[in-house]
Design a protein around this ligand. Structure first.
Ligand SMILES: [Zn+2]
Length: 127
């Protein structure tokens, strides 16, 4: 992938992870051990093995942390994330104090992410 294509992908979200909305720095791309702040990689919206293109139009920036959560967690770690997600979902559904805060945080992140994507390329990215 050329630097121009990488820049196009990075600019789609104005340099933010398309999952969590955290900022990523263009020059901090890829994998590393230790502090992952600002690191990102190319995420294929439609997976390559499901027929997704490898071109920039099928790609968005994902921070390394989210990319690792998605692809590199196994067994126990995945169960913990799902378990926490289920607890959070139940709190939101029951509209507890914690649930209301979680729902607000979730909405704020989703709204920010959507606004960034609309502004950057004028088109809404398919979710
Ligand atoms: Zn992220």
């Amino acid at each position: 992938m050329t630097k121009t294509e990488l820049r196009q992908i990075w600019e789609k979200t104005q340099g933010h992870c398309h999952f969590c909305g955290d900022p990523v720095q263009f020059d901090k791309r890829g994998w590393r051990d230790g502090d992952l702040a600002g690191y990102w990689d190319v995420d294929h919206v439609i997976q390559k093995d499901k027929g997704g293109s490898v071109q920039a139009d099928n790609c968005l920036p994902a921070c390394t942390r989210c990319n690792r959560l998605r692809w590199h967690r196994k067994g126990e770690q995945m169960r913990e994330l799902i378990f926490l997600g289920l607890i959070a979902r139940d709190e939101i559904r029951q509209q507890t104090g914690v649930g209301r805060v979680l729902a607000q945080l979730r909405e704020a992140r989703l709204t920010k992410n959507k606004l960034r994507r609309k502004r950057s390329d004028g088109n809404r990215v398919q979710e």
